[in-house]
Design a protein around this ligand. Structure first.
Ligand code: ASP
Length: 292
């Protein structure tokens, strides 16, 4: 089968001055994922590597550069899933540089699926991941954004400044995978968790059907179990683009804003969003496209 990868750098009102960095970042992530697929790597490796690259890029709300919570700290969530219905996830971590890496290790080395906070940190350390100072994830741009939110007392929903990075891929053996990572919404309440670590809501992969990954208002995404609902539409015969559009319509039933990226069982790419912008890049047949 022809391998393919699509990545996103978040569906939100990406400011004009951040557009170029977002485009560059998603393109690099899609190129990296594509290289993995081209060298016969698995879709799981491709989505993990692409998401790790975006976690390490301070442009995005994931890993370093994440939005800050109401107390000025960072809370990270991430998940990964393959088409054999294996999955791993973490929520509310702030001492690992690459939460998606930890999610994959949870999937592969434990009999559990989701770990949070201190327990997740202990597990990370037992897996040999470096535990960092949470301050290392904070960048000056986000400190300033946090000051503005604090001064205006703005609700994150009103500004719909939320974001996430994600990737969906299929490899030459027809195996699907999806991964997500986020710092959540800016100024979020401490302890709030969105859709990203919730399998079926933020992401879903099922060999023979396809895979999807979301971004946007997590509470709305969870209510309509957006990623699984989108993959179910693929199973009913909708193409990737149609399913992405139908997924966003479903999100609108609960007044949600966001976007979804999809690959269907024939390897076609799909995406749709109802936010002002969504950073997207995809690669198929060696051609990489990016758009915002
Ligand atoms: N879905 C993420 C959350 O609610 C944020 C986003 O993707 O915009 O935590």
């Amino acid at each position: 089968m022809e391998p393919a990868i699509i990545v996103h750098g978040g569906a939100w009102a990406i400011p004009d001055e951040e557009v170029e960095a977002h485009l560059r970042g998603v393109r690099r992530a899609a190129e990296l994922g594509w290289r993995v697929l081209k060298e016969e790597g698995s879709s799981l490796d491709a989505v993990e590597r692409a998401v790790m690259l975006m976690e390490d890029d301070p442009t995005f709300d994931a890993g370093v550069g994440s939005f800050l919570n109401r107390e000025g700290g960072v809370d990270l969530d991430a998940s990964i899933m393959d088409g054999e219905l294996r999955a791993g996830a973490v929520a509310s971590v702030n001492r690992v540089r690459n939460p998606v890496r930890l999610a994959r290790l949870i999937m592969e080395r434990t009999e559990h699926l989701l770990f949070v906070g201190e327990g997740a940190h202990k597990l990370a350390s037992s897996f040999g991941l470096e535990l960092i100072d949470p301050g290392e994830l904070v960048v000056e741009r986000e400190r300033r954004r946090w000051e503005e939110f604090k001064a205006k007392g703005m609700s994150p929903r009103k500004a719909f400044e939320k974001s996430t990075v994600g990737a969906v891929a299929v490899d030459s053996r027809g195996r699907f995978a999806a991964a997500l990572s986020t710092g959540g919404s800016p100024y979020r309440m401490v302890g709030r968790v969105g859709d990203v670590p919730i399998i079926g809501a933020g992401l879903y992969a099922d060999n023979g059907k396809g895979a999807a990954a979301c971004s946007g208002h997590g509470e709305s995404i969870m209510k309509v179990v957006l990623a699984k609902s989108t993959v179910d539409m693929l199973a009913l015969g909708l193409g990737a683009m149609e399913a992405a559009r139908a997924g966003v319509s479903l999100l609108e039933r609960v007044g949600g804003r966001g976007g979804v990226i999809v690959i269907d069982r024939s390897g076609e790419i799909g995406y749709h969003y109802n936010t002002p912008r969504m950073a997207i890049a995809y690669a198929r047949g060696g051609v990489v496209e990016s758009l915002i």
